[in-house]
Design a protein around this ligand. Structure first.
Ligand SMILES: NC(=O)c1ccc[n+]([C@@H]2O[C@H](COP(=O)([O-])OP(=O)(O)OC[C@H]3O[C@@H](n4cnc5c(N)ncnc54)[C@H](OP(=O)(O)O)[C@@H]3O)[C@@H](O)[C@H]2O)c1
Length: 332
């Protein structure tokens, strides 16, 4: 309890003390001091970083937060691979992004992150077609999916939100390393604080499907494995960070019942972020000069560097989790 209170206090450092300089942010990140970064004020449109000659992959780029991340990268001149599972929805978003950005070097590739075969096929295509990869954003995710087991024998929310993206990232590591400096950004959620680690969950055992509980576990694994990945990537020029995008008015509640969706949308009109605003912390981690070289950290929706939940700060658990996911994906 005291520990939680201390964490919460640390996470609520006076915004006026948040430092906005690149060097200071790096220094703070190395020292594990949180509360630094850009509290509420980082504006992607004021960030002049250009991505011409850079290649970026964004999963789940056809709607919600992912679409605005892809649009931002396209506007900066990147070659953007929109990794989507539905061809019709993906094509509609592709056309919109090309039109709004004026960048025709934006492409659609299909992937269903809940299927390891689909992830492998997607990566094979990327490795065949792309010489370099500088930014990988694992944004695709789903909440409130009904309990089900995929053809790989995995619980479907775990497969979609964690195991598929885990495999996708690992299969692209060599390409990312060859293209360094490169950045991996994993879209997690503040809900990871309510998750727990139980490896039987991956096969659908011992799970309670109450509201977003399964989703919360998957988002905790996102943060834990991002931190361990960052450790393994030390010295390669490839960074890995995770973040919370905020509470954002997207289609994220589509799997919940009418009443929950109604309440979410009603409250959301007044209090939640738009999809465009929800994309900001991801864009900050992926392109900002201030975050260059920062790795193994967790950012809040206002782009500040904050501590993740205690379970996501346990290095021994991180190694165990990462190795578990490696064994799981190497067998399937
Ligand atoms: N919205 C929030 O308040 C909030 C808060 C915290 C974290 N997040 C995280 O933000 C990320 C983006 O969510 P969002 O709010 O933008 O939700 P969204 O509007 O529902 O978008 C989710 C995206 O993920 C894709 N997707 C879902 N399952 C997939 C699969 N099996 N294979 C490939 N793509 C898949 C969807 O594709 P289809 O359109 O084809 O289904 C869609 O493009 C998620 O990781 C979510 O957990 C959101």
């Amino acid at each position: 309890m005291a520990d939680l209170a201390r964490e919460q206090t640390v996470n609520k450092l006076d915004p006026s003390k948040a430092f906005r300089g690149k060097a200071k942010l790096k220094q703070l990140a190395q020292g594990d001091i949180v509360g630094a970064g850009q509290r509420g004020s980082w504006d992607p449109r004021a960030c002049l970083v250009q991505l011409k000659g850079k290649t970026a992959i964004v999963t789940g780029a056809n709607t919600g937060i992912g679409k605005f991340i892809a649009l931002d990268f396209a506007r900066r001149g990147a070659r953007v691979i929109m990794a989507c599972r539905n061809e019709a929805r993906g094509t509609a978003a592709l056309q919109e992004i090309r039109k709004r950005s004026g960048n025709t070097n934006v492409h659609l590739r299909l992937v269903d992150t809940s299927s390891l075969a689909s992830v492998r096929a997607f990566v094979e295509g990327v490795l065949r077609e792309e010489k370099e990869l500088h930014i990988l954003v694992n944004n695709a995710g789903a909440s409130g999916l009904p309990g089900d087991i995929t053809s790989d024998g995995l619980e479907v929310s775990f497969a979609t939100n964690h195991v598929g993206p885990f495999l996708l990232t690992n299969l692209l590591l060599d390409l990312l390393k060859r293209s360094a400096p490169a950045r991996i950004v994993n879209v997690s959620s503040v809900n990871h604080w309510r998750g727990v680690v139980d490896f039987s969950h991956f096969k659908g055992e011992n799970l309670a499907y109450t509201m977003d509980s399964v989703y919360n576990h998957t988002k905790l694994h996102n943060v834990i494995c991002t931190n361990e990945l960052a450790q393994r990537l030390q010295g390669t020029g490839v960074t890995a960070n995770s973040l919370h995008p905020g509470v954002v008015m997207t289609e994220v509640m589509r799997h919940y019942n009418f009443l929950v969706r109604f309440l979410f949308n009603l409250i959301g009109i007044f209090f939640f972020k738009s999809s465009e605003e929800g994309a900001v912390s991801t864009i900050y981690c992926a392109v900002a000069e201030e975050t260059e070289g920062i790795t193994g950290k967790y950012f809040d929706s206002d782009c500040s560097l904050v501590l993740p939940a205690p379970l996501a700060r346990d290095p021994a658990l991180a190694v165990k989790d990462f190795e578990f996911c490696e064994r799981l994906t190497s067998k399937l």
